[in-house]
Design a protein around this ligand. Structure first.
Ligand code: SF4
Ligand code: SF4
Length: 91
């Protein structure tokens, strides 16, 4: 089991999954077609670190995250030029 995708249309950028993940897989990023319309979203930054615990799935209040048997792992999120890729908040 491993993380497959995060639905950016459902994600409201609440940060919960970032703090739930014990394996440091996820990051927040400004995602969108243009800077003016980009919004905060959770993204898969280090898919190879995922061990499929599903804590992120359980904690996401909008069911935006899919964890499955999918192989191969998704490619890490690549920020577009001009968008900002943030590290998670310190806990
Ligand atoms: S928990 Fe769900 S809504 Fe919140 S940032 Fe993660 S994917 Fe987005
Ligand atoms: S399934 Fe577990 S390890 Fe994988 S991204 Fe979600 S919380 Fe992190």
């Amino acid at each position: 089991m491993a993380i497959e995708r995060i639905d950016v249309d459902l994600c409201d950028g609440c940060w919960v999954c970032i703090e739930s993940c014990p394996a440091d897989v996820l990051r927040m990023a400004q995602v969108g077609e243009a800077w003016e319309t980009a919004g905060w979203k959770a993204v898969i930054a280090y898919p190879q670190e995922c061990h499929g615990c599903k804590l992120c799935v359980v904690d996401c209040h909008v069911d935006a995250i899919t964890v499955s048997q999918r192989v191969p792992l998704p490619k890490p999120f690549q920020p577009h030029v001009g968008l900002i890729f943030y590290e998670p908040r310190a806990t």
